[in-house]
Design a protein around this ligand. Sequence first.
Ligand SMILES: [Zn+2]
Length: 249
Amino acid sequence: MFLQHSLAIVLQVKDHGDSDKIVTLYTLEHGKIVLIAKGAKRSKKRFVNKLELFSLLAIDFVPSRHSSLMRLDQAELLAPFPRLRENYELYIGASLLCELVLHWTREHDSDEELFRLLRWALEGLAMAGGGVGRTIIFFHVKMLDILGYRPDLTGCLDCHALGAPGVVYRFSPLRNGLVCSRCEPRAAANSQPLSIQTIQLLRRVQDMEQGKLERLQFSPAATREGIALLQRYDSHLLQREVQSWSFLG
Ligand SMILES: [Zn+2]
């Protein structure tokens, strides 16, 4: 079979037997794929220092007709992002981005926009460093948009108002939107109160071009609320816990 070529980001690496590694990659052309890198644990030349978490690679692989496990033939390291592995906070942030892509995508389901978003977020973390929570919020909100799961933050789902004085707005993962304390006086389980400021910030993230997001400033409180909302939304929609959330300080 002919070699396939792709740009790829390393999402997960596991040892396999004495000499091989199993790598899960998110690729530009083929979406998420799982490959076996033969001899990667021993090889001095072919894969050394290349199959590290978060690295951007140009790969050649051999597609397989019979099993989902395909063979990695060559990997060229385009960007190693060493800072993401040296700094604990950046490592947790980058791990979360990769874990989200791991859980939210299916194998062989390519999405160029999502690949570019992941690359942009990893580059942002590696270069700027500061504001890990903010980068995670940008990435996650845009990812939900790309995948078709945009939460409705335009106003209460029942009365359509937003910002009425003395009214509490809660995000309901079950209904995928906001519900106000007038329409639903007793807070439903799993719903989370959000300040108007946080709601408006998250809406701006939804509507802003990716390249302009850096202009948005998040207060520590807005970052905390945004992160908590996305975490709850994940566990509701994925029906599983994304482990990296629990390491986020
Ligand atoms: Zn309402």
